[in-house]
Design a protein around this ligand. Structure first.
Ligand code: A5P
Length: 225
């Protein structure tokens, strides 16, 4: 799997052009992309700047010597490269298994293009096998959970290894929702979830993805425009 992700990262990094502002997604595939991008910058001397959707991606980018700016310093990103947990033929996605959904969505909406990098196991006919992460404010979160539960078959607070709540970089909790599958309209579900007070963001991404790089077990990487 690592080799497939490495190839996806390399293929995606090949479309970066000199002078671009690049958004860095979060996750294992995004990490391979960051490594491949750093290599291109090293070998070809590209002049690019990056912004990141998580401290983890920022740390990796800095360690590899990529030029880095704060999100506050830019108005627009040329391309953001990110992974996904599920993607359907309409390029609708579930994201956020890594907990970076809020920042990922902010970067995605600030980008001229969101390029998605997935291995073929993430490609599904309809969304809904993966849990839908929902980021919520800590205040009154048990009340928020009760409302979330009415839209889900299960709704569990994400915890860390030590059993304590997982807290996002923006200081929120995450509830992971299993909903009735298939999700016929991710847009509708997203709207229903966002209406609940305390909900900050959902892991449903739609009408936003541009090109998709898909990696297969035989080592090939296909580009879907
Ligand atoms: C991070 O919060 C997620 O949205 C990731 O982009 C997604 O989980 C894909 O991660 P992998 O590339 O590690 O599968």
């Amino acid at each position: 799997m690592d080799q497939i992700k490495e190839r996806i990262g390399q293929a995606a990094a090949s479309i970066v052009e000199d002078g671009m502002v690049i958004g860095l997604g979060t996750g294992s595939t995004a990490a391979y992309f960051i490594q491949a991008l750093a290599k291109r910058v090293d070998v070809e001397g590209l002049t690019i700047v990056t912004v990141a959707s998580s401290h983890t991606s920022e740390k990796l980018a800095r360690e590899l010597g990529l030029s880095f700016v704060s999100m506050d310093a830019i108005d627009m990103i040329d391309i953001t490269f990110d992974g996904a947990d599920e993607i359907d033929p309409q390029k609708q996605m579930i994201k956020g298994a890594g907990g970076a959904l809020l920042k990922e969505k902010i970067l995605a909406y600030a980008s001229r293009e969101l390029v998605i990098m997935v291995d073929s196991s993430k490609c599904v006919d309809t969304l809904g096998k993966a849990k839908v992460p929902v980021e919520v404010v800590q205040f009154g979160h048990h009340l928020t959970q009760a409302h979330l539960s009415s839209l889900a078959t299960s709704c569990t607070m994400r915890t860390r290894g030590d059993g304590k709540p997982f807290i996002t970089e923006s200081q929120h909790f995450i509830y992971d929702l299993l909903v009735e599958s298939p999700i016929n309209s991710p847009a509708l579900l997203d709207q229903q979830l966002r209406k609940i007070p305390g909900v900050v963001e959902t892991g449903l991404f739609y009408n936003i993805a541009g090109r998709i790089f898909i990696g297969y077990n035989d080592g090939t990487v296909k580009l879907l425009s």
